[in-house]
Design a binder for this molecule. Structure first.
Ligand code: SF4
Length: 203
C-alpha cells in the first residue's frame, strides 16, 4: 500500500505509540521497503580497533557506544553498543555523528573567559578554569554559609533551626547530564549545602 494512501487510523494501528514517540512496528505494511537500506548497511565497512565502551555525551538518554581506537590511541570510529540495555546498539543521528565531535579540527580546546568588568574574552586552559571554579565555590560558600536559619514551624510561625546551607550558589544542569552524573552532582551540591539544584531532565 502506498504510504500516501495510509489513513491516520491505519497508521496508528500499525504503530505502537509511546509518550512523544511513534515506534513503527511493521514498515512493510506502511509501504516502506527497507531491503536496499539493509543491504547497503551491511556493505559499509566496520572499522576495527580496540573497543572501548562509552556513553553518548549528547543527551540524558545515555545511549551506549563503542569507541574504536587504533594502536596510537587515536579514535577511528564510534558505533552503537549492542550490549547497552538502554539503546541495544542503536544511536540517533546526533549520537551516530559523535566521531565528528571528537575528531574535528574546528573543535574548541580552550575555555573562553571574560574577567569581571572586562569587555573581551580570553582563552584559558581547562585546568585553570576548573581551579578558578573550585576556588570561587569555596570562597562563596564560606562567606555565605548558614549554620542556623528561620524555618516554618507548621503553625504559621518560624523557628530557629540548624540548616547548614547556602543560598549563594546554584547548580544548573544541562541536557547532557545522565542519571549517574545527576546522582553524583546532587550528592556534591547537597554536601556543600547548596539548596538550588536543577537538572534539566529530559523525561
Ligand atoms: S543524543 Fe541520541 S544517541 Fe545520544 S544519548 Fe541522546 S538519544 Fe542516544
Amino acid at each position: 500500500m502506498p504510504i500516501s494512501k495510509v489513513s491516520r487510523r491505519q497508521f496508528l494501528k500499525l504503530s505502537a505509540g509511546t509518550i512523544g514517540t511513534i515506534v513503527v512496528t511493521d514498515t512493510a505494511a506502511l509501504g516502506l521497503d527497507t531491503a536496499d537500506v539493509k543491504k547497503n548497511a551491511l556493505g559499509i565497512p566496520v572499522k576495527k580497533g580496540k573497543e572501548v565502551p562509552s556513553v553518548c555525551p549528547y543527551c540524558s538518554v545515555g545511549c551506549g557506544q563503542i569507541v574504536m581506537v587504533n594502536d596510537s590511541g587515536r579514535i577511528i570510529d564510534i558505533q552503537g553498543n549492542p550490549d547497552s540495555p538502554i539503546s541495544e546498539g542503536t544511536l540517533c543521528p546526533k549520537g551516530a555523528a559523535t566521531y565528528q565531535l571528537v575528531m574535528n579540527e574546528h573543535r574548541w580546546t580552550k575555555v573562553k573567559y571574560r574577567a569581571p568588568g572586562s569587555d573581551h574574552w580570553e582563552d584559558k586552559p581547562l585546568d585553570w578554569a576548573m581551579d578558578r571554579i573550585a576556588q570561587l565555590v569555596s570562597e562563596t560558600r564560606d562567606k555565605n554559609f548558614n549554620e542556623f536559619g528561620e524555618v516554618p514551624d507548621g503553625k504559621g510561625n518560624t523557628v530557629k533551626k540548624r540548616v547548614m546551607n547556602t543560598y549563594a550558589i546554584a547548580s544548573l544542569g544541562g541536557a547532557t547530564i545522565d542519571n549517574e552524573w545527576n546522582y553524583a552532582q546532587q550528592k556534591l551540591m547537597h554536601g556543600l549545602g547548596v539548596v538550588y539544584v536543577e537538572n534539566q531532565a529530559r523525561i
